[in-house]
Write a protein that binds this ligand. Structure first.
Ligand code: OGA
Ligand code: MN
Length: 314
């Protein structure tokens, strides 16, 4: 950690990063800001992690300054593989925030309530107000297939989640690749859904009393185009209430059919967390859900999380 590293040759050079385009704007590294150079780290990308996508990235300590080249490699891997696993990380909440902020503007958490620190990763855990593990969280929206905050007009592009304390077994997170799922639809179905829009609202998360009614409904394309790869993906899941211009039953049936399709085993990957794993996923082309496959009343599961703002889906 403390040994000096040679400066990376291209840290100051022009970036060919895909996020310099329509998608995310990468934040300047400390090198670009004139505060010194990024560390040289030899990233290894092991992919695919599963037939449903994913890549494991080793050879990088995300607590250290990351060169622009390293960041570009990571973002390119995210575009290629939809979700990334970085094993063996040990980040403070500040360091996780700093890493996440390299991809773009970090979303304020908890509606930006005053008194909440916004410059760190926030804690998400199965702990009640007394700090005891509880299974009541299994009823929460995180345990249904979803993409993060689709009820925002500009939903998050990506999320980082870091495993801090885990049950001895289980507590998995499952991912579904909605790009592959869209690709595998029949041409008839693709044509039928191509121009449909989904109405999302927080209330559809069915967690009464929590933010209920605070946010007006928004509608987004059911088939969205990734701003960087131009690839299409299904955009649906929890918080999807209905399809614009379609009867409630017909819309609900179509949404259920497509969700069942997208979450078949061939499009999904279950991540079995190890302490220190940091996972990054692309909310524009994946769904995810927490799995209650451990004794939630007995064991603590503590994760740190940040979300990067995205653009208006199209
Ligand atoms: C999230 C989320 C699932 C999990 O952080 O957005 O849905 O397994 N997490 O904790
Ligand atoms: Mn989520």
């Amino acid at each position: 950690m403390t040994a000096p590293h040679p400066p990376i040759a291209c840290a100051m050079g022009p970036s060919l990063s895909p996020q310099a385009g329509r998608g995310l704007k990468r934040a300047p590294s400390s090198g670009e800001r004139g505060e010194g150079q990024g560390e040289e780290q030899k990233l290894a990308i092991n992919a695919p992690l599963s037939p449903a996508g994913g890549a494991e990235i080793t050879g990088v300590d995300l607590a250290l300054p990351l060169s622009n080249e390293g960041l570009d490699q990571i973002y390119a891997a995210l575009l290629d593989h939809q979700f990334l696993v970085f094993p063996g990380q040990n980040l403070t909440r500040e360091q996780q925030y700093a890493f996440t902020a390299r991809f773009g503007e970090v979303e304020a958490h908890g509606g930006g309530r005053p008194g909440k620190r916004q410059d760190v990763a926030h804690v998400t855990a199965n702990l009640d107000a007394e700090g005891n593990p509880s299974d009541r969280f299994a009823k929460g929206a995180n345990y249904r297939w979803h993409t993060d905050k689709p009820y925002y007009a500009k939903p998050p592009a990506l999320t980082t989640l870091h495993a801090v304390e885990l049950p001895p077994e289980g507590g998995d997170t499952e991912f579904a690749n909605t790009r592959l799922a869209h690709e595998a639809l029949s041409e008839d179905m693709k044509a039928r859904i191509a121009d449909l829009r989904v109405v999302f609202q927080w209330e559809a998360g069915r967690r009464p009393g929590y933010y209920a009614n605070e946010l007006p409904p928004v509608d987004h394309p059911l088939v969205r185009t990734h701003p960087d790869t131009r690839e299409k993906a299904l955009y649906l899941g929890n918080h999807a209430m209905r399809i614009l211009g379609m009867g409630e039953d017909e819309g609900a049936t179509l949404l259920a059919t497509l969700l069942n399709h997208a979450t078949q085993p061939r499009f999904t990957y279950a991540h079995r967390w190890r302490p220190g794993d940091l996972v990054v996923w692309d909310n524009r082309c994946t769904l995810h859900r927490a799995v209650a496959n451990y004794e939630m009343n007995r064991y603590r599961r503590i994760m740190h999380r940040n979300v990067v703002k995205g653009g208006v889906p199209y």
